[in-house]
Write a protein that binds this ligand. Structure first.
Ligand code: CP
Length: 318
């Protein structure tokens, strides 16, 4: 594996899940695999879970870890080629990336969508430049269009809690005051369809995701109908994808907040969210605090998904 940016990079999901379960059963079994190897984690955006879980995963494998917050303490980076650099950005990404590649063996990158230019976001310019110019294996710690470490952790969690071979998994849009990227929902649907689950997506009209991500899932606008018979409810906000509203908030209708009445329409479903979550916008206090809430096990499994990915890179030889 030379990169990890989407579900195809991990190969057979059954093999990946079995590997994740083995890592979880003994996460220190490979504690010398990463000896004298260095992970560099580069954050263009904030993080709590990704930062801590990926660092912990690397430490479990015996790696050294360096973390760079690009917007705090590093030179501001220009990302556009052809720009006359007479503004506030003294360094270009095209020099910074190969320099960073000199100091490490594996690179993790977090770079969110700007939500202004769909072509730029969906072209994944920053992530692709790291892949092209760093000379090192690169993995996504959430990019403009996908969050594969989160989706892999979500898959591990569903495999641990599912009561039937092919559960009904529902992704539901929920309200949020700010415009958020489509990366988590895109990625979640991509992974759940690849896993062969019965996948339903529900949202208000205007919030249709890129159809290349929802291929294989059923879109149901009637939320009650979508929730009926569900085994897992995965809540997430996202901004509009379709033109001319790309990146806009069209709706903050709290009728879409996941509450106990909505969970009552399901087949005693588990509640999931990647976190951070805005309580009583996305989900009510009672649902997120209920016995059916899996938000903490999901977050815990972020360490496992990251460890499987780093282990694969290390085993391939660097
Ligand atoms: N779920 C997730 O990626 O959390 P952070 O943004 O805190 O890393």
């Amino acid at each position: 594996m030379k990169k990890f940016t989407d579900v195809h990079d991990i190969g057979d999901l059954r093999v990946a899940i079995a590997e994740a379960m083995a890592v979880k059963a003994n996460r220190f079994a490979y504690d010398t695999l990463g000896r004298n190897k260095t992970l560099l984690m580069i954050f263009f955006n904030s993080s709590l879970r990704t930062r801590l879980s990926t660092q912990k995963a690397a430490m479990n494998l015996g790696m050294n870890v360096m973390v760079l917050d690009v917007n705090q303490g590093a030179w501001k980076l220009e990302t556009e080629r052809g720009v006359i650099m007479d503004g506030d950005k003294p360094e270009h990404l095209l020099e910074a990336i190969p320099v960073m590649g000199c100091y490490c063996d594996i690179i993790g990158v977090r770079s969110f969508a700007g939500l202004h230019d769909k072509a730029e976001d969906y072209g994944e310019r920053v992530l692709q430049q790291f892949i092209r110019h760093s000379g090192k294996p690169v993995f996504s710690m959430e990019a403009a269009t996908r969050h594969p470490l989160q989706s892999f952790a979500d898959l591990i969690t569903i495999e641990e809690y599912k009561k039937k071979k092919r559960p009904k998994v529902v992704l539901t849009w929920a309200p949020h005051p700010k415009a958020l990227p489509q990366a988590v929902p895109n990625s979640f649907v991509e992974w759940m369809v690849a896993a062969g689950y019965d996948v339903v997506v529900t949202h208000p009209e205007g919030y249709e995701l890129d159809p290349s991500f929802t291929k294989g899932a059923e879109i149901v606008y009637d939320r009650k109908k979508a929730f009926e018979g569900a085994d897992f409810i995965y809540a997430k906000n996202w901004s509009a994808y379709a033109d001319p509203n790309y990146g806009k908030v069209l709706n903050t209708d709290r009728a879409w907040t996941v509450d106990s009445e909505a969970m009552g329409w399901t087949d005693d479903a588990y509640f999931m969210h990647c976190l951070p979550v805005r309580r009583n916008m996305i989900v009510t206090d009672d649902v997120i605090e209920s016995a059916q809430s899996l938000v903490i096990p999901e977050a815990a499994n972020r360490e496992i998904s990251a460890q499987v990915v780093l282990k694969r890179f290390l085993e391939e030889g660097l």
